[in-house]
Structures are given as structure tokens and as C-alpha cells.
Ligand binder design. Structure first.
Ligand code: ADP
Ligand code: MG
Length: 667
């Protein structure tokens, strides 16, 4: 906000909430994407301007102090006065400059209001007061700028993880290529200790990746040929060669950055109300000030100097900075806090309202039970072998995104069962999948799917019952002609599930419903063991939507927690959709409102607490801003307030709400 440099930047369209009155890019609401080359030229220039400003304000402060204190001590009155004026000019010229600019544009911004108050103060002979106004305002502005920088930096850290160049291997040599110019299929060398610039598959090397910045998980995970590498991770001890699998703007880190930026532009409703209020507040106070200055002297024979002085104090507090900045600074801090812990929130509005929810609807597979499922047992029938059953199932599932599919593939690999690539893969969301294996259409999925297709065989029912009784998820495998058998998949709740649900309840959630496409028996077993209030089983994705709508009409607001693989419709139907394990899942990033990047649901109670805290801080800020200003307005009219107190009331409360809002960065 110091001077004209900032004043012009804040009015740029499309940026976050900005206070047109105080000309401040409020609360770091808009954070530019850095080009990843560390400090850019523009940043260095900003730093220089800041340093110069520090000297100016420091120098001004000393001159004004010296001038004020030496008054009456030295016989010549002019010397202290000269010092006061010099101090005011040195510290105040950017303010006046910006004030004049604003006046020419007919905008009542803080610089203009300060300038008017200072000129008025000088005119009625209150030199020391005018000087105090200038210095206090300049100091407060610097402090505000400094603290906003802090909440900005929390998110800029993310951007530092997006390198701007990558080492591409071409014709056996390494060439530096800008990340934006990378093509799908390029092979990139990632040296130890540097951040991964691309999303892709590791084609050679062995190392570990630290994904802390994306998932909030501080333990590095080991990786080797065939594993996936995510941009934004930090490479550990080995070199990796990674084949790029996406276009640069779809790299995880770039998507996160753009989501976080968009999130900051979303305004919660409360902020819109505040802004609307602010639009009336300033002109009204300015008119009141003008009336205070002229009406008592003209009509009631008041002393001009007294009433002008009171009017000036009113002018100084007519800026709604504190109010306008109160919400964004809190939201940005809270968003940054969440991002640091691997929770991506797509807008302040979601964070501001999450705590209000009384109902959580939670998906089972991949959400309440871990994403790492395992095959428990194979039951081949009709003369099939265990390996044959596994091979056919794995071939179909090799194109599936489903957790069950991955478990089957893992099992096949661990048993060294070779499987091919399927032709004509089709998935039936919430039911299963099919593909051609050895020129035959093979289905893998739940019992209902086989019944629907009319290819179930009564003789298998006793086996199904037996497997279901062991409370495992039962997956059938077979063609239209004959069934190959059943695979039992262990679907155990995550170790932290029960405690997480209890904590949600402690935090005020009334009803937790489990929604699953799996059979009733498994659903009930899982639901009971972790303390769900209701279990809805055997649901297709569209049935999940119905249940969510039902819960909405009963309880008002519903939060749906799903894994993003096939819960997209339900996530969309809920007031707030939360996806678990979002890192690397495009579907989750796309459809959910809040994404737990790490594969952990124990962030949920924390998030609920953060949401409640954010809401409280916002309310606290708004009450403080309005309360202090109204109180001061009364003091100003009755003549109990001085000009320097007015600056305190204005900038002081702004600083107060900034510091208070930044408390959302902690814990
Ligand atoms: P949940 O609602 O518990 O997350 P889903 O809706 O993902 O479960 O799936 C419901 C059921 O459909 C699973 O329990 C499984 O039996 C079956 N299913 C879905 N997709 C597949 C697949 N790719 N392979 C095998 N079974 C599947
Ligand atoms: Mg699921």
C-alpha cells in the first residue's frame, strides 16, 4: 500500500477481494504465480522500494520527534517547525501523491482521506497533530504490508516447488527445457534432492519421494521403475528418469497452484455483505464530517477550528479498511494453513461454512476402508484354476481405476501371474468392469451385475453366501458362458477410522451415514465396527445421490466424503464434497470442493475445527472493526478524540484484524 505503486495494482480486475478505499490489495487476496525462477525482477524492485520506504519513514519519524520535543526548548520557533515539515514531507510524500491521484479519479481512498486530514490539520494550525497523523499512518501501513506478506508467503512456498525448467534427455544428452514446453512422452532426468518438475512414470532409477508439500505427509515414500512420479514432490537420494505422462498445465503442482489461486478469489457470502456495507459507509461518514465542520459554526455559533478539528478526526476513520480486510486475511491464512497440511480447499466459502454441517455421508471403499485393499482368497469354480481366475480378473482390471482392481493386480503380481492388456474395456461404475480376454468377454464385479446380465448361476449362491459371511467384499469373475469363480477382497476399516468418526461427533456432527455400493453384510460390518449411525448398502452411484438429497432435506446441510473414483455425482450433490487421497487423481481434483491430498481421513476433524475457528475469527474481526469505529465516531463528534487517536482507531484496528485473522495460519 505504500504509495502509488500498490495503489494502482489493487484495482486490477479479476483479482481477489481488494479494498478500493484503502487501496490495499487486501489480505494478499491475489497472489501472482511466480515464474519459479526465485526472485523475479519485479520482486527485487518491490524489495528495493520497501527498503527505501523504511528509511523514509524512519527518517521522518526522527525528524518529527526531534521537532516536537525541541519545541519550546530552543528559542527560535522556526527550527522545530522546519523539522516537523521536513519529516512530514519525507514520510508523507507517497501518501499525498497517491491521495491526489485518487482525488483526480474521484475516489475516496485512504490516501486521499489522510491527505485531506493532514492539509486540514495544517490549515487550522495543528502542526504536531498533522505530523503525528502522517508518521503513524506510514508506520501502520508498513506493518500491515509486512504482516500480509507473511500470509502471502505461506502459499508462495507451494509455487517454489514448481521448477521452471526440466532436464530433458535427447539423443543421450541432457538439455534444459522450460517446463511449459514439455511434451507427453519426453524423458526427464531428476537429480537427487531437487523437486520433481513433471507428472509421469519412472522408467529408470530408484529413490524416494517426499510429497509433504502436496499431501502434508512428511514421510518420504520409496519409488522405483514403474511407479508414478508427481510434480511438486522432492526427490530423495537417487537419480530418476521419468517419462512425462501429461501436458504441463495438467501437472499436479500446477493444478494445485491454480486451484489455490482461484480459491482466493472466491468470496464467502459474508464478505460480499461486508463489501456492500463498506460502499455506503465511507460516503456517509464523509458527508457527516462535512456537516460537523460547517453546521455548528454557521448555525450555532461554534468555533470553526474546534469543529473542523472534530470533522478531520471523523475523516480519518471514514475508511472501512479494517472491515473490508477482515474476512480475506482470515480466509487466506486459513487456506494457506490447510494447504500446508495437504488439504486443498477450493474456496473460502467452503471453509467458512463447513463447521455448520450436522451430517457427514461417507463412502466405504477407499474412504473409510483404506485405498490399499488386499485379496484374501480365490475360489475358482467350474474347473478353473486359481491362477487362471486371477489372470482373467487382472487382465480386465488392468484398465480399471478402482481400488478393488488395484488389489487384484497387486495380488497377481505377487503371485507372478502374467496378465495381458484387455480389449474393449468397459466399466460399470459401482458394479464392476468388463473386457475381452482371449477373445471372450469377461466380467468382473459384484453379484448384482451378474444377475442383471442374466449370467449368474444358481449353483454359485452357496459359495457367495459363504464368502460374504466372512465379511469380505465378494467379486465375481466370469463370461457369458461360464463363471470362473469368486475373489474375496479384505476391506478392513482404516485403523484411524473409528477415532476419526468419534472426533467428528465430538466436534458437533450429529449423524454419520455410510454409503456403499458393496453388499449389505460387508457394509453393516464396517459401519458397526467404526460407529456409523446409518448404513446404506448396495447403492449405485446414482443411488448415492438420492441418499445425499434425502439427508439434505432432513438435516439441511450435508457433507459427502468420497474417494473421487466413482463418487463424483454424490460429491457434486452434497453441499460440500470432500475427496480423500486426491494427489494424482484428476477426478478428485475436478469434482470435489475440498481435497485431502494425502490418503488420510484423520484430517477431517482438524478441518472442521479450522473451519469453526476461521468463522469465529471473521466474526470477531467484523465486530471489532465496526465496534471500534462507531465508538470512535462518537468520541470524535463530542470532541474527546484527537487526530492521532483517530489514526490509531483506523490503522490500529486494521492491524488488529490482520493479526487476528492471521491466527488462522496456526495449528
Ligand atoms: P463403495 O461405494 O463402497 O466405494 P463402489 O461403488 O466403488 O464401492 O463399488 C461397489 C461394488 O461394486 C464393490 O463393492 C465391488 O463389488 C463392485 N465393483 C465396482 N467396481 C469394480 C471393479 N472395477 N472390479 C470389481 N468390482 C467392482
Ligand atoms: Mg469408493
Amino acid at each position: 500500500m505504500t504509495g502509488p505503486e500498490k495503489a494502482s495494482s489493487c484495482s486490477a480486475p479479476g483479482k481477489g477481494a481488494s479494498c478500493t478505499y484503502c487501496a490495499s490489495d487486501s489480505a494478499a487476496a491475489s497472489i501472482p504465480i511466480s515464474d519459479g525462477e526465485g526472485k523475479s525482477g519485479a520482486e527485487a524492485l518491490k524489495d528495493r522500494i520497501k527498503r527505501r520506504r523504511l528509511f523514509e519513514v524512519g527518517g521522518g519519524l526522527m525528524l518529527v520527534l526531534a521537532g516536537g520535543l525541541s519545541r519550546g526548548m530552543i528559542p527560535a520557533e522556526v527550527i522545530p517547525s522546519i523539522m516537523l515539515v521536513m519529516g512530514m514531507i519525507i514520510a508523507g510524500y507517497p501518501i499525498v501523491q497517491a491521495g491526489i491521484k485518487a482525488a483526480l479519479k474521484l475516489r475516496l481512498d485512504i490516501n486521499f482521506l489522510m491527505t485531506a486530514a493532514v492539509v486540514g490539520g495544517l490549515a487550522i494550525g495543528e502542526w504536531s497533530e498533522a505530523a503525528a497523523v502522517v508518521i503513524l499512518f506510514a508506520i501502520a501501513e508498513m506493518l500491515e504490508d509486512f504482516s500480509l506478506d507473511r500470509s502471502r508467503r505461506a502459499i508462495e512456498k507451494l509455487m517454489e516447488l514448481a521448477p521452471s525448467v526440466a532436464l530433458v534427455i535427447r539423443d543421450n544428452t541432457e538439455v534444459e527445457v522450460p517446463v511449459a514446453d514439455l511434451q507427453i512422452g519426453d524423458t526427464v532426468l531428476i537429480k537427487p534432492g531437487v523437486s520433481v518438475p513433471v507428472d509421469g512414470t519412472i522408467v529408470s532409477g530408484r529413490s524416494s519421494l517426499n510429497l509433504a508439500a502436496i499431501t502434508g505427509e512428511s514421510m518420504p515414500v520409496s519409488c522405483r521403475t514403474g511407479d508414478r512420479a508427481l510434480s511438486g514432490g522432492i526427490n530423495g537420494e537417487g537419480s530418476l528418469i521419468v517419462k512425462v505422462s501429461k501436458k504441463p498445465d495438467e501437472f499436479t503442482i500446477n493444478r494445485i497452484i491454480s486451484l489455490v489461486q482461484k480459491a482466493q478469489e472466491e468470496k464467502p457470502r459474508i464478505h460480499t455483505i461486508v463489501e456492500r456495507f463498506a460502499a455506503y459507509y465511507t460516503p456517509i461518514v464523509v458527508v457527516l464530517a462535512a456537516a460537523t465542520a460547517v453546521i455548528p459554526p454557521i448555525l450555532f455559533d461554534g468555533a470553526w477550528n474546534t469543529w473542523i478539528y472534530r470533522a478531520l478526526a471523523m475523516l480519518l476513520i471514514s475508511c472501512p479498511c479494517a472491515l473490508v480486510i477482515s474476512t480475506p486475511v482470515t480466509i487466506v491464512s486459513a487456506l494457506a494453513n490447510a494447504a500446508r497440511r495437504g488439504v486443498l480447499v477450493k474456496g473460502g466459502a467452503f471453509l467458512e461454512s463447513l463447521w455448520r454441517t450436522a451430517v457427514f455421508a461417507m463412502d466405504k471403499t477407499g474412504t473409510l476402508t483404506g485405498s490399499e485393499l488386499s485379496v484374501r482368497k480365490l475360489y475358482p469354480v467350474n474347473g478353473a484354476t486359481s491362477d487362471g481366475l486371477l489372470r482373467r480378473a487382472a487382465t480386465v482390471e488392468s484398465h480399471s481405476e478402482h481400488h478393488i482392481g488395484r488389489a487384484i493386480l497387486d495380488h497377481a503380481r505377487s503371485r507372478k501371474v502374467e496378465f495381458g492388456t484387455p480389449n474393449n474395456f468397459a466399466s460399470y461404475p459401482g458394479r464392476g468392469a468388463s473386457a475381452e480376454v482371449d477373445d471372450q468377454e469377461v466380467f468382473v464385479g459384484k453379484h448384482d451385475l451378474f444377475e442383471e446380465l442374466g449370467i449368474c448361476d444358481e449353483s454359485i449362491h452357496p459359495l457367495l453366501k459363504e464368502v460374504e459371511a466372512s465379511a469380505g467384499t465378494t467379486v465375481m469373475v466370469g463370461s457369458r458362458k461360464k463363471l470362473d469363480g469368486v475373489i474375496s477382497v479384505a476391506d478392513n476399516p482404516r485403523p484411524e477410522a473409528a477415532e476419526t468418526l468419534q472426533r467428528l461427533k465430538d466436534a458437533g456432527v450429529e449423524h454419520i451415514a455410510l454409503l456403499t455400493g458393496d453388499n449389505r453384510r460387508v457394509g453393516m460390518a464396517v459401519g458397526r465396527s467404526i460407529g456409523c449411525d446409518a448404513v446404506h448398502a448396495g447403492l449405485l452411484p446414482e443411488n448415492k445421490v438420492e441418499i445425499v438429497k434425502d439427508l439434505r432435506s432432513k438435516y439441511g446441510m450435508v457433507v459427502m466424503v468420497g474417494d473421487g473414483v466413482n463418487d463424483a455425482p454424490a460429491l457434486g450433490a452434497a453441499d460440500i464434497g470432500i475427496a480423500v487421497g486426491g494427489a494424482g487423481s484428476d477426478a478428485a481434483l475436478e469434482t470435489a470442493d475440498i481435497i485431502l491430498m494425502g490418503d488420510r481421513i484423520d484430517r477431517l476433524p482438524w478441518l472442521l475445527r479450522l473451519s469453526r475457528r476461521t468463522h469465529r475469527l471473521i466474526i470477531m474481526n467484523i465486530v471489532a472493526a465496526i465496534g471500534i469505529k462507531t465508538g470512535f465516531l462518537a468520541l470524535a463528534v463530542t470532541g474527546l478524540a484527537t487526530l492521532w487517536m483517530a489514526v490509531f482507531a483506523d490503522m490500529g484496528v486494521t492491524l488488529l484484524v490482520v493479526f487476528n485473522g492471521m491466527r488462522a495460519l496456526r495449528k
